[in-house]
Design a protein around this ligand. Structure first.
Ligand code: PLP
Length: 471
């Protein structure tokens, strides 16, 4: 043991003040550097504890050098990762190509806790034997939504496939022609129905489907009535679609399950923030849907997952489907989902979940941030010109396509560099910055940029701007 030796180890703050690290800290961001230093120093602390007590005391300067070397290596590994963190300056809050919802601090802590160790994933701690995967979270969901049963799978597409395969294989699924949607990435309702082993029975027309259309289509072959949320598009004008409660009544009259694919899985009414037209999960259940499916990483603001809620008999059958094993979620998902639903249960969702906080930000708040950013950007990136312009952010993730969230965009122009070249160079920074080009101008929206991301954005612009200033 050599507790004495530990005194020679520098502190995180001493390391942060080290002159040789200034540039690295600026580029990586202070919080990231602090986090990295904490880990590097605790690694060194463990190693020193293992050293024989009679060994000579380590040289403090050598220890600091070693900590610096390890921090550099750690950050370099991170920069080269293929699934690399990026700064999302697009203003698209649930950007599917950029991993949709960023997780809350509580979700991150929950993931870290279970990732590096074992956890009670499928273990009944009371009985001391094998339990059911996710049983705890399912109980939370049943209470929260006042429903009979819940199940969690890998994503909403998996949830839809699984339900249709379980309830309708070999039979017919009735769907309105106005809901034969494609979500993107080849998820098309008709194809998913075909893959589930069921047959599609289309009713109504693209813009109008009435209750009577559904009623006429019901035969002995019918297994399920499916209602799919047209997530990423809207039919406006001369339209008609039965109210969910009316459709639920028709389904119940014929002893058929009504399955509602909600897609986004919005838990709270977001219309006050300008995100209207998204039915909440609670509303769908109250209207009488037998089973609802929704995503974990869209408007819910959590990890990628598919959540099923509804009748115990139906969800019980879904869970005993052999496909369940192929589509199940892992321990990290369960940990992060539990923390995400915890934010809703505690009434803290709008503050704690980054996606909701980004949606809620007002134009005035974003403008104030953009003004302050502009002053700093002009100092560090003299070769570029900055300007504030009015614009709109987008919800993304195939949710609320009509929602236009007013924002203030930062436009960036160069003396020599065109918009496409600035965009390309931003993508080449560490971390890469993803921006948009609107009307041949490069624009950035701070709605989707964290405070740490702002620092990185400044560093990236400084890098490009100083080159632009040269010649
Ligand atoms: C997004 C969406 C899906 C697919 O959800 P994933 O979680 O991405 O698999 C399915 N149905 C609807 C209506 C959607 O909007």
């Amino acid at each position: 043991m050599s507790e004495q030796h530990l005194r020679h180890l520098p502190s995180v703050d001493q390391m942060l003040r080290r002159a040789g690290l200034a540039e690295l800290i600026r580029r990586a961001g202070r919080e990231t550097a602090r986090e990295g230093l904490r880990e590097v120093l605790s690694e060194l602390r463990r190693e020193l504890r293992g050293v024989n007590g009679t060994a000579p005391a380590p040289d403090p300067e050598r220890l600091a050098d070693e900590a610096e070397r390890r921090l550099r290596a750690r950050l370099a590994r991170r920069d080269q990762a293929l699934t690399r963190r990026v700064v999302n300056a697009t203003g698209v809050v649930l950007h599917t190509n950029l991993g949709r919802a960023p997780l809350s601090r509580a979700a991150l802590a929950a993931i870290t806790e279970v990732a590096a160790d074992y956890c009670a994933l499928e273990y009944d701690l009371g009985a001391g034997r094998r339990g059911q995967r996710g049983a705890g979270l399912e109980a939370v969901l049943r209470r929260m939504f006042n429903c009979e049963a819940a199940a969690v799978v890998n994503n909403c597409a998996a949830a839809v496939l699984l339900v249709l395969n379980t309830l309708a294989e070999g039979g017919e699924v009735i769907v309105s022609r106005g809901e034969l949607i494609e979500i993107g990435g080849s998820f098309r309702i008709p194809e998913v129905i075909a893959k589930s082993g069921a047959r599609l029975r289309e009713v109504g027309t693209t813009n109008r489907t009435r209750l009577a259309d559904y009623e006429r289509a019901i035969t002995a072959e019918t297994r399920v009535i499916l209602r799919a949320h047209p997530s990423n598009y809207r039919i406006v004008g001369f339209t008609e679609r039965p109210a969910p409660a009316d459709l639920a009544r028709v389904a119940a009259t014929h002893s058929l399950p009504l399955f509602e694919d909600l897609g986004s899985g919005c838990l709270i009414d977001l219309s006050a923030w300008g995100v209207g037209g998204e039915p909440t999960v609670g509303q769908a259940l109250e209207a009488g849907a037998s089973v609802v499916a929704f995503s974990g990483d869209k408007l819910l603001g959590g990890p990628q997952a598919g959540i099923l809620l509804g009748r115990a008999d139906l969800i019980g059958r879904v869970k005993s489907n052999p496909l369940m094993r192929a589509l199940r979620a892992d321990k990290l998902t369960f940990a992060a989902l539990e923390a995400t639903f915890g934010a809703y249960a505690g009434g803290r969702a709008a503050e704690e979940l980054p996606a909701l906080a980004a949606l809620r930000a007002t134009k005035a708040e974003i403008t104030a941030r953009a003004r302050a950013f502009l002053r700093r950007a002009r100092r560090v990136a003299g070769g570029l010109r900055f300007e504030l312009i009015d614009g709109h952010s987008v919800v993304g993730g195939g949710s609320a396509p009509q929602a236009e969230l007013p924002t203030t965009l930062i436009s960036v122009t160069g003396a020599r560099l065109g918009a496409a070249e600035i965009e390309r160079r931003l993508r080449g920074q560490t971390p890469p910055v993803i921006a948009r080009i609107v009307d041949e101008r490069l624009v950035m929206d701070l709605r989707t940029v964290s405070r740490e991301g702002e620092q990185e954005l400044l560093a990236a612009l400084g890098e490009i701007g100083s080159r632009e200033g040269e010649q």
